[in-house]
Design a protein. Sequence first.
Length: 487
Amino acid sequence: MKNFIKRQWLFYGAIVLMLLFLKGPAFAADDFFLYGNQDAGDVTECDVQPVIDSWFTALDYFRDGPNEGRMLAATGKNVYIQSAEGSSTWIKIAKVDYTMDPAFIRISPSGNTVALGLGWGQSILVFNASLLDAGTPEEPVDLSDSEEVLDFAENHYDAAWVGEDHIVINGGQWVIPGQSAVSGVVTLNITNETNITQGVCGSIPGASSGIAVDENNNLVFGIGAGTNTGELKIWPAGDWWTGNGPVANPLAYNGPEGLKFAHQVLSAAHLGFDEEGSLHVGGGVFVNPGPVNLESGYAALINHKVMTNALASVNNPEIDLYEVNETNGSQYREFGPDVCRNDTATGVMANGSALSVNWNPATPPGGANCVIGGNNDWWQPGVVPRLTTYKVNESRDGDGDFVADVDDHTPNTYETANVDSDGDGYGNLIDGDFNNDDVVNYSDFLEFRGKYGTNDSNADMNSDGIVNYSDFLMFRTQYGKEAPYYN
């Protein structure tokens, strides 16, 4: 008996020693990782409608409806539609009577309604997308003189749709009862012009910035400038939304509700969610630009798992507060199609299984004026923005195992079984993180040792019905790795 115990300890001791010296990688079939990580043909570019008499060209996709995949653009006095998905040709179809400094153009989830923020001190126009069907370059629809267009005189910087009948707006200098607001968030019922705004949150300590609502009506918005530039906060739907409108009592930004889950992600100027719930963020430095601030010239993507954990932290005080770690590749990715990374503003948006970055290519890559991290690509009249789109190829099968990458839990490793017992997105074959803490370490080894010789499905990495030495060899290749487990 003593010899048996001695042999067991020698065996486990040898395992630990091998684990300390041998490591290996893996990968998850998650759009967050697949954007831009496939073939060169999955990254495409097109020109955006040039900036005319303003500082920016605002964009949005039709995500549904007859124009699905195409985009609308607003700049100067005009609204344009993309001739076809991915095209660099833009067709003028509508106009306004005054020059816009376009804050946003937002198309409702169904593709039926458009909200156009004309800019600081100007109105928000809301109209049915079908109104644009009659527009031509020679006779564009006059949005300033149409009974079918609702005109809301509301202060705004950015907006997001909540269903089909409301938009939520982040803007400055609202007076919300009981609060001294520098910036604030309000909702607007867009069914007719008599509906007043309702306060959602006041006392935001800084300039207005981007705002986004996910498919479950969880709310995120950021601070664009000030001491807390780039700060992002999330509120669960139940804290601010009743189903038919906002809660009766507006929230305070520094109140007990919600969670600040990021503290300097760009300037949070462009926010939105993709279909998986990952948060895309754009921004830049417009005030006091210079190479000392590197939070410009790219777009960021925050993993949907971070957002889920943040919401869990809000709702359960026993869970540690969750803040995105920008050095962790499983939580945060950056997309910088401009090698100079010197834009004063960078937009980003999701359209189904694609992520698009709207950037300023004015400085030639590698040119004399290309300053990495500098801010010398000013948005101004004449700029021709570039849209770089990172696609998730729905049919690509990189490892040739007859399981498409978008469904493959081991997209770079041949395995037809495609088993993911714990449902974390990583296939058993590459998943040695048994406690799902995003690192394969001694705690996982202890779990593996406890399951050795059993038929535990999670520890059975090769899915042959028993946890044995073959599984240990697979586990050993993963030891010491942090998510994502590239393989």
